[in-house]
Write a protein that binds this ligand. Structure first.
Ligand code: AMP
Ligand code: ZN
Length: 494
């Protein structure tokens, strides 16, 4: 049983650009908000990398004793094309193309997202609010911002005045962008926009007559801006200031920068003490992305239909591949890297199986289990460093393999302690699963089956058909079919 006090957890804070000691607002409690998916298409492995990173963070904080309220939203309105304030709503566009109601699109892809998170063994968040379920909260925030004279209405739309905000605050505090550069680099919108300045962002957009996803508001029938939803939902469930706000690196600007501005203008805080960003998964050196098509979908790794992959992979092998890189590093996915990770993961599972079956105990253990466990925890306490944790796990795998061939000693108590620790690192904290048969086990099964088939062939050659049929029937009862042909027999697992 772990205690919070025995861990000196450090978290890299994108706001300060440094690793900082973690100290939550309320002792023993953590409030964490993570931007969830925009449900207009299937999540790809890049999205999954970000959600996996925060799943490990959620699991580890809970493991060391924190009571965590983890809020991860569903974006079902307001996220326009190109992350900008003009263009079509991503969900409306998909509804138009697929000839569906927008809410049918939302339902379809939310369902897909949940299925994927289950297949990859990600824990559900404590609360999963939707943007469309919090329109009233968003309207209230806009009223507050107008009252504070930091937002203005033009033709039924409401915008946040970035230039005015920046006079008293630092717009760019998170992304380290300078407002002068932004002004210089933002192209004018050729009269398309009612904004005072191109940097201003929409809080409420008046809907075109044909637009389906719209709600009544004091300004127009319209819809809320993307950045506003996260401020409204994080505020509702975690308060004006909470502990951790997370998302992918690509959300730092403009999404999170705008969230900070809204929160500062409304409540006088940066919303969260620790802003955390998971880095991108790339494919062929390019960011995996829904809109460009440079991506692999989870289903494609299970069915191997992706042109990028030579075979199928399990969810845990893919997750293990992701966890071999630190969450703040860019990671490039390739078939070879997945194959190598799968082999590594199987080695770990084989070692866990060896420990489970080990009987040949010694009086002592030739391995400092406590020191090893400490170094695993030190890695995790250092900004959730899973690659170092995995390197440590490979060290203990070497020891377990030595024990297996009688070249190292392991006591009964040592075996129990090691089993518990390795299980908690691999299954509880990294959320990997053993359900797949490892390569090694597969090979062993193959060898055993060949022996059985040979014995059965002998029985048939001796005309002992009752024995050969018995073998066939017993195997069938246990899910293995024997296929006889003229010369040979083979088997298939049903
Ligand atoms: P979206 O559905 O586009 O709003 O993205 C959902 C989450 O996935 C956000 O936190 C994004 O930052 C993250 N994300 C998008 N693309 C990638 C990628 N290639 N690698 C890692 N995370 C990503
Ligand atoms: Zn968000």
């Amino acid at each position: 049983m772990q205690s919070i006090a025995s861990h000196k957890l450090k978290i890299y804070n994108s706001l300060s650009g440094k690793k900082e000691s973690f100290s939550p607002i309320s002792k023993d409690y953590v409030g964490m908000y993570v931007c969830g998916p925009t449900v207009y298409s299937n999540v790809h492995l890049g999205n999954l990398r970000t959600f996996t990173s925060f799943d490990i963070i959620f699991r580890y904080l809970s493991h060391i004793g924190y009571k965590v309220r983890y809020v991860r939203n569903i974006t079902d309105v307001g996220h326009l094309e190109n992350d900008e304030d003009h263009g079509e709503d991503r969900i409306s566009k998909k509804a138009r193309i697929e000839n569906l109601e927008p809410m049918e699109v939302v339902q379809k892809y939310t369902y897909d997202f949940h299925g994927t998170t289950r297949k990859f063994n990600l824990l559900p968040p404590s609360i999963e609010p939707t943007a469309t379920g919090h329109i009233i909260e968003q309207i209230k925030l806009i009223e507050k911002l107008i009252k504070k004279d930091i937002a203005y209405e033009v033709n039924g739309s409401v915008y946040f005045d970035v230039i005015k905000y920046n006079k008293l605050n630092d717009y760019g505090i998170l992304s380290k962008r300078k407002i002068e550069d932004l002004i210089h680099n933002t192209r004018a919108l050729d009269g398309q926009s009612d904004k005072k300045n191109p940097q201003d962002f929409a809080l409420w957009k008046k809907a075109e007559p044909k637009h389906i996803m719209k709600w009544e508001s004091p300004w127009s029938d319209g819809f809320p801006g993307w950045h506003l939803e996260c401020t409204a939902m994080s505020n509702k469930y975690l308060g004006e200031k909470f502990d951790i706000h997370g998302g992918g690196m690509d959300l730092k600007f403009p999404h999170h920068e705008c969230e900070i501005a809204q929160s500062n203008a409304c409540f006088g805080t940066n919303a969260s003490n620790y802003w955390m960003h998971a880095n991108m998964l790339t494919l062929n050196g390019q960011k995996m992305s829904k809109s460009t098509g440079n991506n692999i979908l989870p289903e494609e790794i299970f069915s191997s239909v992706s042109p990028f992959l030579s075979k199928t992979f399990s969810g845990s092998s893919v997750k293990f591949f992701m966890l071999q890189a630190h969450y703040r590093s860019v990671l490039d996915l390739s078939n070879d890297a997945l194959v190598a990770s799968e082999k590594g993961f199987n080695k770990i599972i084989d070692a866990i199986n060896i420990l489970e079956c080990h009987k040949n105990f010694s009086k002592q253990t030739d391995f400092d289990i406590k020191k090893w466990a400490n170094s695993c925890y030190t890695a995790l306490d250092d900004d959730f460093n899973t690659p170092i944790l995995i390197a440590n796990i490979f060290e203990v795998v070497k020891f377990i393999n030595k024990v297996n061939i009688g070249k190292a000693e392991l006591s009964k108590e040592g075996c129990t302690e090691l089993s518990q620790l390795i299980n908690s690192f691999v299954f509880d904290i990294m959320g990997l699963q053993k359900n797949e048969i490892s390569l090694n086990q597969n090979e062993k099964l193959d060898k055993v089956m060949n022996i059985i088939l040979e014995l059965r062939n002998d029985a048939r050659a001796n005309k002992d058909y009752s024995l050969s049929d018995k073998i066939r029937d017993l195997l069938k009862e246990n899910g293995i079919s024997i296929n006889d042909n003229d010369k040979d027999s083979s088997y298939t697992i049903d």
